[in-house]
Design a protein around this ligand. Structure first.
Ligand code: FRU
Length: 493
């Protein structure tokens, strides 16, 4: 039986079964709408669809079912990742129209040939760019195919996907992630006057090959500076970075440089978003108040560890929404949306040497004015440490790691830490969000979380309200039958 303490109470997860990338993040007619890659037959059939949650405030969520599923030839093997674009005043009622752009995945060996004749990289795959609109954010009109592989440049392999659309300098712009025929990651830029007819503008390549494919591109614009964010696959695992099989991050452009004018990018500016075990394919969007917000898939396709030990009935979750801001040196700071503080109960102060028992297992722990090395220990099972110039996480109990290994990054000084513990999801924010880790911890089954600290710092631990339990229970009762595989059957694609 899955351990009840693994339940998350303020992170989004699929009510049942599989979840990967966040998709179509937006605030539409005042309501936040978050879609996600959903697959209820995973891994028997790889056929992704878009599930959805909505929220008035980013902390109270409603499950909206699966609004977009494969239904046409061009998306018959999956409604893959994509974005939302809000067309101001374009709906028949004079209000805003929601338009989604996504990739229709087709695994398409040519009839009459053996499927074994195709490698599905250079032949036998389609990545169609498709759009559909909605006036309520949940019900969508007919799908329209905008781009097919024949519309992408010759130099691309069949792997082209994950449209990101925005307006800039009087035109609508589209970024697509791709794999060059030479087996290296790249992006494509298209432009349009109406969001329907698109013209290829140019490709964005790194100076030297940087991974074999770039997925899920995003543009981030902060204080007049631009960043190109990507999820590259194929970076080597190094001692101090790129620990996961795949590592998303962003390239920092030079002052005044625009993504839409960039053809060659300096891959040495690449900064990793998150150093945790469970983080991939993040998506960013700008909400009505102008904040740039990032949500990451708190999961990964990793061959070494699992996210469904002991028959847990749901696979992965999302990070909490993170507000992005620019530090003076250009580095992007990520911090949980301030709205999350509404879920805090009464804070308990705790000092060096204290051990406190929280009410429940959902916690927001804040340490400020840290003066040196120290360790935070959770249930004698999981630790966050700073020592010998390194910040890291340690699993004391190997079952709780479910295959994850301890890891750390070099850090000259540590000033502050904020740790969100939500059942089996842990997010660690250090130095005002300059360094972040998102990792799963399959904690012991106990009603209350125990935390002790050896840091000399000013500490407060807040219990957090569970805003998800009723919603998940209700949604799971409506979801299709489970077909969860066992421990070792994780994810081969
Ligand atoms: C990233 C990704 C995307 C794709 C989607 C399919 O995790 O591979 O490139 O659209 O997942 O689920």
């Amino acid at each position: 039986m899955p351990n009840k303490s693994w339940e998350v109470g303020f992170h989004l997860r699929s009510p049942r079964n599989w979840l990967n990338d966040p998709n179509g993040l937006c605030q539409y007619r005042g309501t936040y709408r978050f879609f996600y890659q959903y697959d209820h037959d995973w891994p028997t059939v790889d056929q992704k669809a878009w599930g959805q949650f909505s929220s008035p405030d980013l902390v109270h969520w409603t499950y909206e079912g699966v609004p977009i599923e494969p239904s046409i030839d061009e998306d018959r093997h999956g409604v893959f990742s994509g974005c939302s674009y809000v067309e101001r005043g374009a709906a028949p009622d004079g209000g805003d129209l929601m338009r989604v752009y996504y990739t229709g995945n087709v695994v398409a060996p040519v009839p009459g040939h053996s499927p074994k004749d195709f490698d599905y990289v250079y032949a036998g795959r389609e990545g169609n760019t498709i759009t559909a609109t909605s006036e309520d954010g949940v019900h969508f009109g007919p799908k329209q195919v905008l781009l097919r592989n024949s519309d992408y440049p010759e130099e691309c392999s069949c792997h082209v996907r994950d449209p990101k659309v925005w307006d800039q300098d009087g035109k609508r712009r589209m970024l697509l992630g791709a794999r060059h025929k030479d087996t290296r990651g790249m992006c494509l830029l298209f432009e349009s006057d109406n969001g329907i007819d698109w013209t290829f503008s140019h490709a964005i390549n790194s100076e030297y090959a940087f991974g074999y494919v770039w997925e899920c591109p995003n543009i981030v614009q902060l204080d007049g500076h631009e960043y190109l964010a990507i999820s590259p696959q194929g970076l080597p695992r190094l001692r101090d970075r790129w620990f996961n099989r795949w590592t998303p991050g962003y390239f920092e452009l030079e002052d005044g440089q625009k993504v839409i004018e960039t053809e060659v990018i300096d891959e040495r500016t690449f900064q990793q978003w998150d150093f945790g075990h469970d983080f991939y394919a993040p998506q960013t969007f700008v909400d009505d108040s102008g904040r740039s917000i990032l949500v990451g898939w708190m999961g990964t396709f990793d061959e070494y560890y699992t996210s469904v030990p002991d028959g847990l009935e749901w696979w992965h979750c999302m990070t909490v929404p993170r507000v992005l801001t620019r530090r003076a040196d250009g580095h992007i700071l990520q911090n949980p949306i301030p709205e999350l503080k509404e879920l805090r109960g009464a804070g308990k102060p705790f000092d060096e040497g204290d051990e406190i028992t929280m009410q429940g297992r959902l916690a927001d722990i804040v340490l400020t004015d840290i003066t040196g090395e120290g360790v935070l220990t959770f249930d004698a099972s999981f630790q966050v440490f700073y020592g010998d110039g390194r910040l890291g996480i340690r699993y004391l109990d190997k079952d709780a790691a479910a295959g994850r290994k301890d890891r750390s990054i070099p850090l000259k000084e540590l000033h502050d830490l904020r740790i969100l513990v939500d059942g089996s999801a842990v997010e660690i924010y250090a130095n005002e969000g300059a360094e972040v880790f998102a990792s799963r911890w399959f904690c012991p089954e106990r009603p209350n979380l125990k935390v002790s600290s050896s840091f000399e710092a000013s500490g407060t631990a807040y219990p957090m309200e569970n805003t998800m339990a009723d919603m998940y229970e209700d949604a799971a009762s409506k979801a299709p039958d489970l077909k969860m595989p066992g421990w070792n059957e994780t994810i081969a694609r």
